[in-house]
Design a protein around this ligand. Structure first.
Ligand code: CP
Ligand code: NVA
Length: 313
């Protein structure tokens, strides 16, 4: 049988963003620096991606990710073509990928399986951006790191407490925060801890950067003296059938005023959104002056512009 015809450029180490670690720490900080520049001056980059087209593939719903990628491409002078639905249902994924490679310059994909994003990259040879998989949410982490730097002035030494499910958002926060010298504390119910392989990678990155990683089951110990307290939904997209059971298990992990009182008095409240008020966070906390959730949402646009400029220029 003939060897599989992967796209030749997929073998050449071309820059792609299948997950957080596809960018080196230097590339990550350069993207975040560029994100600050594009936020300062939209006009300066208005034609940077003129004539460039991006495929958007979404297997799951989205407000922020989808709209900010579309706006990012358009405000940089490019455009998008988009399709919803499972990838690889009507025809093999490897054929989808090779079609898109003939028409467009990059793929942004939100999928269930991480393998789908990896295979799109391998078969298209294009830069492929992970717009959320069950395993990672690296675009969210970019915007979150930008928000932390803007509001706290630094990454190094910042204590970030993530309370809730050890999910895709937690994984990407661990991988980014650990590399930037942050102290990342994650509190989950027993059995919902982040993936041990990702924790292991984050611990190694933290050891090199002067940061740290702490995985606990006690929310109060995670938030103690935290500069920022972060949470996410208890049942992610695809876990709807587990929602009822999860709501009971996660109830002691709600971010409310009592839990926030254990953090620093000026601690930020962070959430990737969409939020379920009354479950993982109370209305009082998400609407408080400490909440930066809409700064995070705004920064999705700027961080993704910087990412597209980096991948496509
Ligand atoms: N935070 C985030 O990714 O939001 P969407 O699911 O609306 O894209
Ligand atoms: N963990 C959530 C994040 C949504 C932006 C999910 O995967 O549904």
């Amino acid at each position: 049988m003939a060897a599989p015809m992967y796209h030749p450029t997929a073998q050449l180490g071309k820059l792609t963003f299948r997950h957080d670690l596809d960018l080196s720490t230097e590339q990550l900080t350069a993207v975040l620096d560029l994100a600050g520049q594009v936020k300062q001056s939209r006009q300066r980059f208005a034609t940077a991606l003129k004539g460039r087209y991006i495929s958007l593939l979404f297997e799951k719903p989205s407000l922020r990710t989808r709209m900010t990628f579309e706006l990012a491409a358009k405000q940089l002078g490019g455009d998008v073509v988009a399709q919803d639905g499972m990838i690889g249902g009507r025809e093999p994924l490897k054929d989808v990928a090779r079609n898109l490679a003939r028409w467009t310059d990059a793929i942004v994909a939100r999928t269930f399986s991480q393998q789908t994003v990896d295979d799109l990259s391998r078969w298209s040879g294009l830069p492929v951006v992970n717009a959320l998989t069950d395993q990672y949410h690296p675009c969210q982490a970019l915007a979150d790191m930008q928000t932390i730097k803007e509001t706290l002035g630094k990454w190094r030494g910042v204590r970030l407490a993530y309370v809730g499910d050890g999910n895709n958002v937690a994984h990407s926060l661990l991988l980014c925060g650990a590399r930037l010298g942050m102290h990342c504390a994650v509190a989950t119910p027993p059995g919902y801890e982040p993936n041990p392989e990702i924790v292991n990678k984050a611990e190694k990155l933290a050891a090199a950067s002067g940061g740290s990683v702490e995985i606990v089951n006690d929310p109060a110990s995670a938030v103690k003296s935290a500069h920022a307290v972060y949470t996410d939904v208890w049942a992610s997209m695809g876990q709807e059938s587990e929602a009822h059971e999860r709501h009971e298990t996660f109830a002691p992990y709600q971010v409310n005023e009592g839990l926030m009182a254990g953090a620093r008095p000026d601690a930020l409240f962070m959430h990737c959104l969409p939020a379920k008020r009354g479950l993982e966070v109370t209305d009082e906390v998400i609407e408080s002056a400490q909440s930066v959730v809409f700064d995070q949402a705004e920064n999705r646009l700027h961080a993704q512009k910087a990412l597209l400029l980096t991948l496509l220029q």
